[in-house]
Design a protein around this ligand. Structure first.
Ligand code: AMP
Length: 486
């Protein structure tokens, strides 16, 4: 199938050719014609599947069809007209035609950049990002142009809505991008408020990794007779990404192995994921000392610094990005060849998002998890979630002293208290969000080195005498708690 057959405006088709897109991705094939026809969409697809173009191309097509007169005057034009009439110019709220809500600033900027690329030949259509962390005068300046498209994180948008700077009464298209993640981050009330401020006859498109549970409920409430599109397989399974696990004995073994793997000749650029912001800084510093051009990316950094770091990554002057989950979402740098899990993510879904930073736009990638012996069961949970086994790999000269433990149960022979984790008798797992050693945390992450041993079913074992004793009732999975940044 070609983009021409999807029925897109010639100006958009030209922009796609110039961007080097030759054929639509599966999600685009299904979403574009339906959205051009004005249907609501519920789409379950991963980042990397081409979902941004799937909602933006039909939206641009529809916005381009609006007559210029119907598009109205910009607030600046209103001001000029008022002063020509001898009236005092009054502030007029921006009246966007399209709103895209995203969970993070990085994703919002990514969406805006792609929109600029697709709309380069549609001179009348402008897209702006309204984000937390952006100076207020700059935002007012962007809004004063009365952009057709606003891409925003929910928190900051609410501020402008409530102070009358944005009026959604003319909105025609609402997109919720990575809706599951926005709900995880606690944005549900903000989203409900924003949706309530938009016209009931709008077109709504919701994109999410999953359409079950809370997301599904919300999706049903805010859409009308939606077309459901589920693009799972290839993108979800990340078939173009080679995954592997390396077991490590301790932190020093992990660091030595990471440095070795970062010197792999096939590595162009890499993202190293850590559990905490402080670890991201510390590891980036250590890697720089070791001779890699590394930079940290996390939510404690100002937006300007985060943007500069991402630009350096795109330009290639940074080779290794050491990042936390929230900050790294939506990073779209096609030259990232490797993703390392220095710490395993707390939630298996995050593993899928993390490894999706490589293998972008049809390329191949490598996802390597450095795993402590006691974390075997967390690998198992990821495998259950992705329905794939991740092969265990050993590098010559970096063999772990212990062979890999069974991934689902305690096994005598392993001594609790090894490694840097809590000693037997201390609390074993950090509570999600709780600081470890005073370190700020983004979400919760497994920190189980040396911890009392838990089986995959959630049973805790403790060493007693010469053997192991079952310690507590099976643990239910830690509840997802909202975290993130506004
Ligand atoms: P997304 O899933 O929207 O994050 O897109 C992933 C990457 O694929 C981005 O770099 C897009 O620019 C790129 N992309 C999206 N659609 C296409 C297409 N039809 N052909 C080639 N690249 C694409």
């Amino acid at each position: 199938m070609s983009f021409e057959t999807l029925g897109l405006n010639p100006s958009i088709l030209k922009a796609l050719t110039d961007a080097g897109y030759t054929a639509p991705t599966p999600v685009q094939e299904q979403a574009v014609p339906a959205a051009i026809a004005g249907k609501d969409l519920l789409v379950s697809s991963q980042t990397g599947s081409g979902k941004t173009a799937a909602f933006m191309l039909p939206s641009l097509h529809r916005l381009a069809e609006i007559e210029p007169e119907a598009a109205g005057r910009t607030p600046n034009q209103e001001k000029q007209a008022a002063s020509a009439r001898g009236e005092r110019p009054r502030f007029k709220a921006a009246q966007p035609k399209m709103l895209v809500l995203t969970p993070t600033r990085e994703l919002a900027l990514q969406v805006t950049t792609n929109t600029d690329k697709y709309s380069v030949n549609l001179r009348r259509i402008k897209a702006v990002s309204i984000l937390g962390g952006m100076p207020y005068p700059k935002q007012m300046q962007l809004l004063s142009r009365n952009p057709e498209i606003i891409v925003a994180t929910p928190g900051r948008l609410i501020d402008h809505m409530e102070s009358g700077k944005i009026d959604f009464s003319q909105l025609q298209i609402l997109v919720l991008d990575e809706a599951d993640r926005m709900l995880d981050m606690g944005f549900i009330d903000d989203i409900e408020k924003i949706v309530a401020a938009t016209p009931a006859n709008r077109q709504t498109m919701l994109f999410s990794a999953t359409l079950d549970g809370v997301v599904g409920n919300m999706a049903r409430r805010i859409t009308k007779d939606p077309m459901v599109i589920q693009i799972m397989q290839a993108a979800n399974k990340h078939e173009n990404i080679t995954q592997r696990v390396h077991f490590v004995d301790d932190l020093s073994h992990k660091n030595r192995l990471l440095d070795h793997l970062l010197r792999d000749e096939s590595l162009d650029q890499a993202v190293v994921f850590t559990a905490t912001k402080r670890d991201a800084d510390t590891i980036a510093d250590r890697l720089n000392i070791a001779g890699f051009s590394a930079a940290a990316l996390h939510g404690d950094m100002h937006q300007g610094a985060r943007n500069r770091t991402l630009d350096s990554m795109r330009r290639g002057s940074v080779k290794v990005l050491v990042a936390t989950d929230v900050a790294a979402r939506g990073i779209d740098v096609p030259t990232i060849t490797h993703v390392f899990n220095y710490d395993l993510p707390k939630f298996p879904e995050d593993y899928v998002h993390r490894i999706g930073r490589t293998g972008r736009a049809g390329r191949n990638g490598h996802a390597i998890s450095l795993v402590n012996h006691a974390e075997g069961m967390n690998v198992k949970r990821i495998e259950r979630f992705t329905k794939q086994t991740i092969p265990v790999n050993v590098v010559e000269g970096f063999e772990p002293k212990r062979t890999a433990p069974p991934r689902s149960a305690a096994r005598p022979g392993w001594k609790p208290g090894e490694g840097r984790g809590p000693k037997p008798g201390q609390r074993s797992f950090s509570k999600p969000g709780a600081p470890r050693d005073g370190a700020p945390r983004e979400g919760g992450h497994f920190r189980s080195e040396g911890a009392p041993f838990r089986s995959a079913e959630g049973t805790t074992f403790r060493k007693e005498g010469g053997g192991f004793r079952r310690d507590s009732a099976p643990r239910s999975d830690a509840p997802r708690r909202p975290w993130g940044e506004r």
